[in-house]
Design a protein around this ligand. Structure first.
Ligand code: NAD
Length: 494
């Protein structure tokens, strides 16, 4: 099979019960290339009836899928891994066209997605619970994990290839059926990935794709046939989705927005720290929940670190993500670009020192693209808007602190708790930050604290609502419920 990478594309389709259908809801929107302004496709929003059909198809498939031997359930996942790898370049091209990030970043996110398929292939071992002979006099006890039914995941625009794979492989490997509702802003890569899902050999109804916006999400959250919902997106919506799912008696996990800090101590390797900080802040145009966009720097090395950061930042090339040499691609929409511009304006108004201004960037040949160059602020006060709110653009702020105590305090005062990084040459500093930083993912001498798929993806405070996280073993617990068998078999004589 081939993956169609050449736009314009036909209307984006749902995948329900093994069939492809264009959503028939009244609403919808254009899918637009952020680098060129070209319309690539149209995505319609699924109606309540279409959501109902997808959930019912999942329920019907679950009847058999839940008791299909686990070894058989993972065979389509092995196939899916091969297909995703074989078509990684084409998927990456589609992803760049509708998202705007660079080709290398798109390939990288797909690799991180495939990693989750690989981990889920280990479900026969991971899904085992426990057995204890003689747990009580004459009694053996056995815990088993059982799948529950139909689960849904609602995913954001910024990693449209990877984030659906934080959930789908684990949901189906554990014996559940699954409905994905991807972002309406870049839904084509999900459709292309589902062409591979279709090819991989899952029974009809086990895996479904429905497109849509707010109403489609609410129809999923209100449907009595949905056992649980995973959400990844902005904090206000994460909170809302978590509350609605919970009010409807469903399992829920909702990952929200972020504001991540990097701490640079006086013993850090400053060249390395500057390079990694710039990479973390500006990769994917800053549209990453793991972007470290506030650098908290010890006074003794502040000036030196600032010079290096500005130098590395100024060398970044802004352009179309499909063109060689591009470091920073386009932002998702003109509205989002304007929001980031407004944040930069607020930084200037609130008194931060604008060390590098990306607002005048011009990308030849792409005058209709949503581009912003790397922007660096110095002397940022932790109370400024640019230091407190998620920007989701290529903007980095530098905060000067007296010592590590003050740095940890700045980090922990944030409303968010997704991730942080520490650059230091001193083990004792690392030990302290590991102990005291209130974040779900912490990098030590690592610019972007992204856990591999066999670890869960953490998050605290306004960055996460729930208890079990995406990826890894947490997903097994989210997608199953444990029954404990308590057995006594008295001897004939007793
Ligand atoms: P978003 O919240 O606008 O949308 C996410 C999903 O929710 C989409 O599928 C969208 O259709 C749906 N949605 C939007 N508004 C809704 C509403 N009112 N009710 C119900 N559903 C709604 O987020 P986005 O702009 O697509 O993604 C960017 C955000 O995601 C950033 O805040 C980023 O930090 C966050 N994010 C977090 C993580 C994490 O792991 N914590 C990972 C990636 C992205």
């Amino acid at each position: 099979m081939t993956v169609d990478t050449t736009p314009p594309w036909d209307d984006v389709r749902n995948y329900v019960d093994g069939d492809w259908r264009v959503p028939d809801g009244e609403d919808g929107q254009d899918v637009v290339d952020p680098a060129t302004g070209e319309t690539l496709a149209r995505v319609g929003f699924s109606s309540d009836d279409e959501v109902d059909e997808a959930v019912r198809a999942g329920q019907a498939a679950f009847e058999t899928w839940q008791s299909t031997p686990v070894e058989e359930r993972i065979q389509p996942l092995f196939e899916l891994k091969q297909l995703l790898e074989a078509h990684q370049d084409e998927l990456a091209e589609v992803l760049v066209r509708e998202h705007g990030k660079t080709f290398a970043e798109a390939k990288g996110e797909l690799r991180r997605g495939i990693e989750n398929v690989e981990v889920a292939c280990g479900i026969p071992s991971m899904m085992q619970a426990g057995h204890l002979p003689n747990a009580a006099p004459g009694i053996d006890e056995t815990a088993v994990r059982k799948p529950l039914g139909v689960f849904t995941a609602i995913t954001p625009f910024n990693f449209p290839g990877m984030i659906p794979l934080w959930f789908l492989p684990y949901a189906v490997a554990t014996g559940n059926a699954f409905v994905l509702k991807p972002s309406e802003q870049d839904p084509v890569v999900a459709e292309r990935m589902f062409e591979l899902v279709d090819e991989a050999g899952f029974p009809d109804g086990v895996v479904q794709l429905v497109h849509g916006g707010v109403d489609t999400v609410n129809a999923l959250l209100d449907h009595e046939g949905i056992e649980g919902a995973s959400f990844v997106g902005s904090t206000p919506v994460a909170r809302q989705v978590y509350e609605r799912a919970a009010a409807n008696g469903k399992r829920a996990q909702a990952q929200g927005g972020a504001k991540n800090h990097v701490i640079v101590t006086e013993t850090a390797n400053l060249d390395f720290a500057a390079e990694k900080t710039v990479g973390s802040a500006f990769a994917c145009g800053g549209e990453r929940c793991l972007a470290n966009d506030v650098a908290v720097v010890e006074d003794d090395v502040y000036e030196e670190f600032v010079d290096r950061v500005v130098e590395v930042s100024a060398a970044q090339t802004v352009g179309n993500g499909l063109d060689d040499g591009t470091d920073i691609g386009a932002l998702i929409t003109p509205d989002h670009e304007q929001r980031v511009r407004d944040m930069i304006a607020s930084g200037v108004e609130e008194g931060a020192e604008l060390l590098l201004d990306g607002r005048d960037v011009a990308v030849e040949g792409y005058e209709d693209g949503n581009f912003l160059g790397p922007t660096v602020f110095g002397d940022v006060d932790p109370e400024m808007t640019i230091a407190r709110e998620e920007i989701f653009g290529p903007v980095l702020g530098l905060v000067r602190v007296g010592d590590l105590d003050e740095a940890i305090d700045v980090l922990n005062r944030s409303d968010f708790g997704n991730a942080a990084s520490l650059f230091t040459g001193r083990g004792a500093d690392a030990k302290r930050v590991r102990h005291e930083a209130d974040v779900g993912n912490l990098g030590v001498n690592a610019g972007t604290a992204a856990p591999m798929a066999f670890f869960h993806f953490g998050g605290r405070k306004d960055s996460f609502f729930g208890d079990l996280h995406a990826q890894g073993e947490d997903m097994i617990h989210f997608y199953t419920d444990e029954t404990v068998y308590i057995e006594r078999w008295p001897d004939r004589e007793s």
